[in-house]
Design a protein around this ligand. Structure first.
Ligand SMILES: *Cc1c(COP(=O)(O)O)cnc(C)c1O
Length: 450
């Protein structure tokens, strides 16, 4: 590796365990966390981080772990990526906030121009910036309701859209996201998703049948004319990296077009080169009316965006959108650095290459071990679904145990899925190949042990 943005020595790109995981220093910090932070804020892997970059995360005890999580698909360009660090450093010395709605600044506009140009479709677009994925989705729905004058919002099985009242309502899974937090927002309706592995009549029929069922439910139970928006992830993230059967997304989009329904693609997790395209919608040529982005947008600084058809976004009255911090200048500079890094380092191609390395090794794991029921994903967004051998019964305890053992070996992996039985892999796109291979070898060893 080269140097960091400050010109100091780069983080060694190696797995290095010098204590058990978590080590004594992390355990001390965990005790403080437990006394100061409510348990509702969970911890996947209780090592306290001191540095991170490339493909590693270094903890307070000096352990260096291989990162297959990217802070949930956020540090696509790597942690403390030089392009991000340089821009943020410069900005933090100039000014840290003015509120874009009070006295604007150029970087906000530059991010919006870039997103208008880079998101799918060459129609006229507008973008505005907010702080989180949930806030972006919530605002996309506000815009769609305002522009159409309709109340209903349609979402899908296994969907995840955030933790605010509206986005928690849009989210499918009860535990842990919704339990005890109701009553939920009105006028939200859920329809089937084309989940090939679990489609009752088999994956071949999945796209056709799931789309037909979804459309029939919209027509019969809601009335297409009452629907403001359909909100869908092009690959369901928290729901288990479910890639909808090919043909499903185009059918849903076609139905939306025909009925004046705003098609909102939630690309908060799939965006910014993660899937081997800049945006996952591109894979099937989907051009969303509105696209929401966050996570990978700014290398870890809090930023999110709503990008969409100019006629929809322009429908909202002056002052109807915004927020104190939306498009904070540090986060905007970070986003510009991310876009430069994606281009200069060819990270779209890197993501595709990561998929070419990971998917064959995961498939060979599936051939050898019946506990691996399904392997799926695109680019650097891949997963395995664990089942009781000989059945398709979800096996969440196996997923949890594999994750636990990977963590102990110094490999950060995350779980996901409606049934909690999916292990998902989201390495930074800049991870060196030797660490990617080493991480996969650890995973193979741990699955074999189970
Ligand atoms: C993470 C996520 C969100 C919520 O983003 P936050 O920044 O956590 O509010 C929304 N949609 C999808 C698809 C996500 O993965």
């Amino acid at each position: 590796m080269t140097t960091t943005a400050e010109g100091g020595p780069a983080l060694p790109q190696e797995r290095r365990l010098v204590t058990e995981i978590p080590g004594p220093r992390s355990r001390e910090l965990l005790a403080r966390k437990q006394a100061a932070v409510p348990p509702g804020i969970g911890t996947t892997l209780p090592v306290f981080v001191t540095r991170a970059g490339g493909g590693v995360v270094v903890d307070a005890d000096g352990n260096s772990l291989i990162d297959f999580g990217s802070g949930i698909a956020v540090t696509n360009v790597g942690n403390a990526a030089p392009h991000v660090v340089e821009r943020v450093r410069r900005q933090v010395g100039d000014f840290t906030h003015t509120c874009f709605m009070i006295t604007p600044y150029e970087s906000y506009v530059a991010v919006c121009e870039k997103l208008n140009a880079l998101t799918p479709g060459d129609h006229e677009k507008r973008t505005f910036l907010v702080n989180s994925g949930a806030e972006a989705v919530e605002n996309a729905v506000k815009v769609a309701r305002h522009a159409t004058g309709r109340p209903a919002v349609v979402v899908f099985d296994h969907g995840y859209h955030g933790r605010t009242l509206l986005t928690m309502t849009l989210t499918a899974k009860n535990m842990p996201y919704k339990q005890g937090f109701g009553p939920f927002a009105p006028e939200v309706y859920r329809v089937p998703l084309a989940y090939p592995y679990r489609w009752p009549s088999g994956p071949e029929n999945c796209a056709e049948e799931a789309a037909a069922q979804a459309i029939d439910m919209i027509n019969k139970q809601i009335g297409a004319g009452n629907v403001a928006a359909v909100v869908i992830e092009p690959i369901a993230g928290e729901g288990g990296f479910i890639v909808p059967a090919r043909g499903f997304l185009p059918k849903i989009q076609e139905f939306c077009r025909a009925n004046g329904i705003v098609f909102i693609a939630d690309e908060v997790q799939t965006g910014f080169a993660r899937t081997g395209n800049l945006f996952a919608c591109e894979d099937e040529g989907i051009v969303p009316d509105i696209i929401t982005t966050a996570k990978g947008i700014a290398g870890g600084l809090p930023l999110a965006a709503v990008t969409g058809r100019a006629d929809l976004l322009d429908a909202v009255h002056v002052g109807g959108l915004g927020g104190t911090y939306g498009g904070n200048p540090l986060a905007c500079e970070a986003a510009l650095g991310v876009l430069t890094a994606i281009e200069e380092e060819a990270l779209v191609e890197r993501a595709a290459r990561i998929g070419e390395i990971m998917l064959p090794r995961l498939r060979s794991l599936q051939e050898r071990f019946e506990i691996v029921g399904d392997v799926r994903g695109r680019g650097a967004m891949t997963a395995i679904e664990l089942v009781t051998p000989g059945t398709k019964d979800p096996h969440p305890t196996a997923a949890a145990e594999i994750a636990r053992r990977c963590h102990a070996e110094g490999l950060i992996v995350l779980t996901a899925g409606t049934y909690g039985n999916v292990l998902r892999f989201l390495p930074p796109l800049v991870i060196p190949e030797h660490l990617l291979e080493e991480g996969l070898t650890i995973l193979e060893k741990v699955v074999a042990e189970i």
